[in-house]
Design a protein. Structure first.
Length: 78
């Protein structure tokens, strides 16, 4: 079920939305806002996933360095 959201936007932003509708890019103002929100959420999802991957890589590198130091000191001999 769809939810209704009331927002206030500045005159310039409203003007730009209206221009997109008048140009036929979107059929109405709500469609512009929905697409903008989808795009923004997708952007942040990608950035968040990238951040998580980078943190995992950094953590893996730290673990590897610790393991190498332990190996060099002979702590992990079998």
């Amino acid at each position: 079920m769809d939810s209704l959201l009331h927002i206030r936007i500045g005159k310039e932003l409203k003007k730009r939305i209206d221009e997109l509708v008048e140009a036929g890019v979107f059929s109405n103002q709500a469609e512009v806002v929905r697409e903008a929100l989808r795009s923004l959420i997708l952007k942040y999802d990608k950035e968040f996933l990238s951040l998580i991957k980078n943190q995992k890589t950094e953590n893996d590198e730290k673990k590897s360095k610790k393991q190498n130091k332990a190996d060099e000191r002979g702590y992990n001999k079998k």
